[in-house]
Design a protein around this ligand. Structure first.
Ligand code: EPU
Length: 432
């Protein structure tokens, strides 16, 4: 296992280009199973989750090549329907195979994912959607078997207790594009990553109306063709670098930061006193703003509201703001695993149910901390960048699921971040 050692207090300066979005790349890779023809994805981030999705595609019989950095070519002449638990338990997002298997094969046999550290993460809405299409489902020994032989499309409302479902919407669209008849999805997720999936499918020959809106109308077609598609850039990675810049001194230009996809984030970033300019539709310039940060109140909700995937990082930033901020987490009410670790670094954050109150402007000091999920890892690293002294972040394999070479890219901006083997960490600092 590897750890990060961070020496806090360095200003960040320079330019960083964000990669393709993990949460688009995963369903886009799954969508390549919908055609026998070759699909080429560009701007694919080099992440452990992406490498794992490639392994799953190979397991399903696809030929996958990576001819150049960021390029993945998939040819799925034949596909088989069984996705075993060994694969699904390693990555929940494997569930986005469900839609393509149903669309292509008219059947799927996939292990049901469990919860994870951020919540219970049910898939009831995915299954409801498939049943409205006319699929029959049986559950047995932790697996879901779907028979879509008689599926003819239908109307489905995909809203749940926290709004729509991101992967559920992509799954249902991927199933519906090759299902005869018309499918209407009400309360479809509007996240840019879902739109990117719809854009690629449309370019493959799918008939989808309403892209980007809450109602999608899909008319099934007989087959789809191959495509070359560039993965949309990662708004969460962009927001993370923007926060890193605001927390540290210096000035960073973040390329690939699409202001159109970051509306709610930029609104709160501005309200919090972050000093930034939108240079063009794809570029932000952010200056160190630590001394000027103000408290804000944030509620996470589905897009276009404030994204849960930037909540932990924003929390880290608000520990520097003078006054009390509140965070209300409406997507994953327990997604506060970063809080006890930030408190160990000197933050003053109290969690009560789905709300956190951050009393800011406490001096952060370096400490050994434990990452518990992807975005929590990023939050701890951001705190480490501005903490006095040395921070050791353990379990950074969570980080590598969603941030490509975060250590190297922060170091290129001037941060002191090293990736070391766990054995290099003094034994008395290790938490395990
Ligand atoms: N939900 C249900 N029933 C369902 C599905 C979801 O009640 O059938 C609930 C969930 O419990 C949650 C809410 O609906 O409260 C939203 O869940 P959603 O299905 O939208 O989440 P997801 O598709 O499983 C994706 C991202 C997550 C991101 C969420 C929310 C991928 C691969 N994952 O998950 O990304 O947090 O949307 O935006 O796209 C991350 O990148 O760190 C990450 C966790």
């Amino acid at each position: 296992m590897e750890v990060f050692r961070i020496q806090g207090g360095r200003a960040l300066n320079g330019e960083v280009r964000v990669n393709g979005a993990k949460n688009a790349a995963l369903p886009l890779l799954a969508a390549t199973l919908l055609t026998r023809e070759t699909c080429v994805l560009r701007n694919v981030p080099d992440l452990s989750d992406v490498r794992f999705m490639i392994e799953i595609l190979r397991h399903h019989g696809a030929r996958v090549e990576t001819p150049a950095p960021g390029v993945v070519s998939v040819t799925a002449e034949s596909v088989h329907p069984h996705t075993p638990y060994e694969l699904v338990k390693k990555m929940r997002a494997s569930i986005c195979l469900l839609g393509p298997l149903v669309g292509r094969l008219k059947m799927a046999d996939i292990a049901q994912p469990g919860g994870c550290v951020i919540g219970t993460r049910p898939i009831d809405l995915h299954l409801k959607g498939l049943s409205r299409l006319g699929c029959t489902m049986t559950q047995h020994a932790g697996y879901i078997t779907v028979d879509a032989t008689n599926a003819r499309g239908g109307r489905v409302f995909l809203g749940g207790p926290s709004g729509s479902t991101v992967t559920g919407t992509s799954n249902l669209v991927m199933a519906a594009v090759l299902t005869p008849g018309v499918t209407v999805i009400d309360c479809a997720a509007c996240e840019p990553e879902v739109v990117d999936v719809c854009v690629m499918l449309s370019r493959m020959g799918a008939k989808i109306e309403g892209l980007g809106g809450p109602t999608l109308r899909i008319t099934g077609v007989e087959s789809l063709r191959g495509v070359t598609h560039e993965v949309v850039s990662d708004r969460i990675e962009a927001g993370t670098y923007a926060i890193a810049a605001a927390m540290s001194g210096g000035e960073i230009v973040v390329r690939g930061a699409k202001a159109d996809h970051l509306g709610a984030f930029l609104d709160k970033f501005e309200e919090a006193g972050a000093d930034f300019d939108i240079l063009d539709a794809d570029t932000l310039r952010v200056r160190g703003s630590a001394g000027r940060l103000k408290p804000v109140d944030i509620t996470t909700l589905p897009h276009p509201s404030f994204p849960t995937d930037l909540q932990a990082q924003f929390t880290a930033m608000l520990t520097l703001a003078g006054g009390a901020s509140t965070i209300t987490e409406r997507i994953y009410p327990n997604r506060f695993m970063h809080v006890p670790e930030l408190n160990r670094m000197g933050a003053n954050i109290a969690v009560e149910g789905p709300c956190a109150v951050i009393r800011g402007a406490t001096a952060l000091s370096g400490a050994p901390v434990m990452a518990s999920d992807l975005r929590a890892s990023a939050a701890l690293i951001l705190a480490g960048l501005v903490a006095r002294g040395e921070t050791w972040v353990q379990r950074i394999y969570h980080l590598d699921r969603g941030y490509e070479r975060f250590d190297e890219r922060l170091a290129a901006l001037g941060a002191s971040v090293e990736r070391l083997r766990q054995s290099a960490m003094p034994a008395d600092l290790r938490g395990e």
